[in-house]
Ligand binder design. Sequence first.
Ligand SMILES: [Zn+2]
Length: 294
Amino acid sequence: MKSNLLSACRSAVVVCDGAMGTQLMLRGFKPGDCGMLWNEERSEDVLAVHAAYHQAGCRLITTNSFGGTRSMLARHGLGDEVANWNRKAAMLARRATGADGWVFGDVGPFGDFLEPLGDMTEENLSEIFREQIDALVEGGADAILVETMSDPSEAATAIRASKAVGSLPVAATFAFQKSGGIFRTMMGTTVSDAIGAALEAGADIVGANCGTDLSLEDYLALAMELRKVAGDAPVLLQPNAGSPKTTPDGIHYDATPEEMAALALGLREAGVSIIGGCCGTSPSHLGAMAAALA
Ligand SMILES: [Zn+2]
């Protein structure tokens, strides 16, 4: 029988999947489109991306629900589809994952600022997250991933909402940038303060994903810093495929599968327990990483 994600990642590195957005773009998704709509209208494409990652060796498959809160869906006039589409997102990931893997119910930022910078109260935000998480769990999520966070209070609200839904493991990751040699979120929060807030709110797994203009060496340094401040909690890292290069036809991430495989080995050495990918990573990157780690 499949073990709990938390105990599994304590005994050996678990390979998580890579980017969804860039994979959907290869299938016709345009920036500004509603990714959640694809769980309904292009479900075969979403399923195909999940299946490609699963086949590449990823045992932890992330639902296509990054913009699945009511506040984000409302931007497309689709706020009433929260329950329906998050449930479908989890069911699609479940189908691709099979019996030997876990479904990571993905929760992204709600899209604005909490009080006092914005109008959102913690109480309302808690309800917004709770609505999404309920549906992800109903659809079959095995764990919740609160990701790409910048504000530790927002992350803490999402973590507490996840914990209120049930006993599923909850992971929380922040997006960092490097300024003056120090990793901070866009809100200026240090690694130690961000992870401290996540752990205090009850996160079982902590780490980082994405980030702004970080090199492969930066991700390794970030992993070491995360490991230092995470206490007993397993660390999760989902690096981009290197730092982005701007060309006339857009932004490209050009780290090769071989380079990402070498990074994955370094991350394991640094004590990271769950390794996946973010922007610019593909099933071929994750395949090389999974093979190196096997
Ligand atoms: Zn990313």
